[in-house]
Design a protein around this ligand. Structure first.
Ligand code: NAG
Ligand code: NAG
Ligand code: NAG
Ligand code: NAG
Length: 557
């Protein structure tokens, strides 16, 4: 990595990641959404901006009046979003084959419209981002990409996996390859994939799905050359997770290595600065940086925020009780287990047996650890989180279990938790906390986790998977029919309307929601209907089955 690159980064961090300028501007609340300021490009060289700010701060004894800050920002920064331009993917074509698989005419028309949407969600960077990187919080990437939309005009890490699945159904493998190349370039430069394409996201990653993205790209293309060229970057990304997030859990005298979401940086999140600062105001000074680290770790998990992580405070709904890094999440470990399996498959394909063996061993160790620590029903570890979360089914989705009885247990788990009685989609949890990753919101990727996780050989499980797919399609289709938009999340307590809660307004037009709908229409297109009765799945009350402790284990200190 070149020195000049890091100099530039150090300069940008002054504006966008910490420091007095960021603090004064964000605490003045010039904009409704804190993300706005950190997305605005500089109009002039950063050194000059900093000099002007330093003088302004000195003249006002470090307490610059709001009006002066407003003028400062207006004069020296540009409107956000100007650094990206619309891009029509070159590989977009009129009638991808999967549309023909959809028998219901209304659903087929809808799928065609979603396929059209890729053209609206395509973005590429303006040349200025390359020629003047020091003026942008946007991280330059060479290839155009698909964005989620709304507030999120840059790309995001885990979102992109479901976007890519949708793009591949739309037969847009070249677009997928470009997006993958961008991520691999980020690993090369920074050693990991940041949460999203901005410098202020560099402090944290997001659920590790890069290896899976490669696998889904290889399925239709068989592009072994691309795999060969990039396998080392995939390995480097997994090394980052191993080095930065491994934790030893001891149980009955044995130690097991598993992973958690952890971020070693304090300070408020730059894009949610004043919310984080105000939240910390209620705490003693020494507790603030740890709280901010936990908030960043929560954002890293993709579940920002959720009762999932709120285990540390007297008030179970308050964000100040967030303790993300104190839990060993099942979904993260399932994603890594799947990545290890894919790496061993990739290396075998490339004829590198020693590396293939290495990853097979890593996977076997992780499976053993998961069995011992997270699946054990006997230990009665009271600290396990017994709440329902769809991510508890991630091991099935990821093919990461060894006991053949697991699919059956998981089905009982779903039935006992009453989850199947929700007609508009699978809720994110059964707890109503006001956080966006909780009841009553339902999210597309979590529907996929459960539905594909249920595609076990059991006929009843297959039927449940289909019904869940039908419910979700119906919710998305009805809202689309009313509002001509796809949403980031849906409120399933309210007849499946756009969701709410959390830190910002619900976002429209959404990349991963579209991807999941296309996947379901592809898989079940011969059976899904637009006018279907909403399925109310009779809970098979299986008396006295213990809620399997599929969930978490609190770390011993
Ligand atoms: C500047 O601010 C500091 C701390 O708020 C205060 O102690 C000091 O008296 C101020 N100086 C002037 C010249 O107002
Ligand atoms: C994929 O490529 C490899 C070698 O490049 C070849 O052996 C294999 O048959 C191909 N598979 C498919 C499904 O095309
Ligand atoms: C990863 O860990 C290293 C070593 O502790 C640390 O320097 C680095 O900042 C961490 N990176 C991230 C993104 O967490
Ligand atoms: C296997 O991969 C490792 C790590 O990239 C490399 O050092 C080694 O040379 C490779 N071996 C073969 C036989 O390609």
């Amino acid at each position: 990595v070149h020195g000049a690159h890091w100099d530039r980064l150090a300069m940008l961090l002054l504006y966008f990641c910490h420091g007095e300028l960021l603090h004064q501007v964000q605490m003045a609340k010039l904009y409704q959404d804190d993300k706005q300021f950190v997305d605005m490009p500089l109009s002039i060289a950063p050194e000059q901006v900093l000099q002007i700010f330093t003088e302004l701060a000195r003249d006002h004894n470090h307490s610059i009046p709001r009006e002066q800050l407003q003028v400062f920002v207006q004069e020296l920064f540009q409107a956000k979003g100007q650094e990206l331009q619309p891009w029509t993917p070159a590989d977009w074509k009129d009638s991808p084959q999967f549309l023909q698989k959809i028998s219901d005419a209304k659903l087929r028309v809808w799928a065609g419209q979603l396929h059209q949407l890729w053209k609206k969600l395509g973005k590429k960077m303006k040349p200025e981002v390359l020629s003047h990187p020091e003026r942008f919080s946007l991280i330059y990437s060479e290839h155009p990409f698909i964005v989620p939309r709304g507030r999120f005009v840059e790309f995001y890490y885990w979102d992109s996996y479901w976007v890519m699945e949708g793009l591949l159904l739309s037969e847009m493998a070249e677009t997928v390859k470009g997006m993958l190349q961008n991520f691999l370039d980020l690993v090369k430069t920074y050693g990991h994939v940041p949460n999203g394409g901005r410098v202020y996201y560099l402090q944290r990653s997001q659920p590790p799905l890069l290896t899976l993205m490669m696998d889904c790209y290889l399925t239709p293309t068989n592009d072994t050359t691309f795999l060969q060229e990039n396998i080392e970057m995939l390995a480097l990304e997994l090394d980052f997770w191993t080095k930065n997030t491994t934790v030893s859990v001891s149980l009955e005298g044995k130690n097991y290595l598993l992973n958690r979401y952890y971020v070693p940086y304090g300070g408020p999140r730059p894009e949610s600065y004043n919310k984080d600062a105000e939240l910390a105001d209620t705490l003693p000074e020494g507790d603030r940086d740890p709280l901010w680290g936990e908030l960043k770790a929560g954002a890293k998990s993709g579940w920002d925020f959720s009762s999932h992580w709120l285990i540390g405070g007297p008030n179970p709904n308050s964000l100040s009780g967030i303790r993300t890094s104190k839990l060993v999440p099942l979904d993260l470990n399932a994603f890594l287990c799947q990545a290890e399996e894919l790496m061993s498959k990739f290396y075998s394909r490339l004829g590198n047996d020693s590396q293939a063996t290495k990853y097979r061993t890593l996977r076997a160790q992780r499976l053993a650890a998961l069995n011992a620590v997270l699946w054990d029903e006997e230990t009665g570890n009271k600290k396990k989180n017994q709440e329902f979360y769809p991510s508890n089914l991630a091991p099935l989705w990821a093919g990461c279990f060894s006991d053949p009885g697991v699919p059956d247990k998981a089905l009982k788990y779903l039935e006992d938790s009453q989850i199947l009685t929700y007609q508009y989609g699978i809720p994110t949890s059964l707890l109503k906390t006001g956080q966006q990753w909780d009841f009553p919101n339902a999210w597309a990727p979590l529907q996929d986790l459960v539905i594909r996780g249920k595609e076990a050989p059991l006929p009843r499980a297959q039927e449940v998977a289909f019904q869940l797919a039908q419910n979700w399609i119906r919710t998305n289709f009805d809202v689309y029919s009313q509002k001509s938009a796809m949403y980031e999340k849906y409120d399933i307590s309210n007849g499946g309307q756009p969701g709410g809660g959390g830190e910002y307004e619900v976002q429209e037009s959404f990349g991963w929601t579209n991807g999941v709908v296309l996947m379901l229409l592809d898989r079940y297109g011969d059976r899904l209907t637009s006018g279907a009765q909403l399925a109310f799945l009779e809970p098979h009350c299986l008396a006295a089955t213990l809620l399997p402790s599929l969930l978490y284990s609190l770390l011993s200190r």
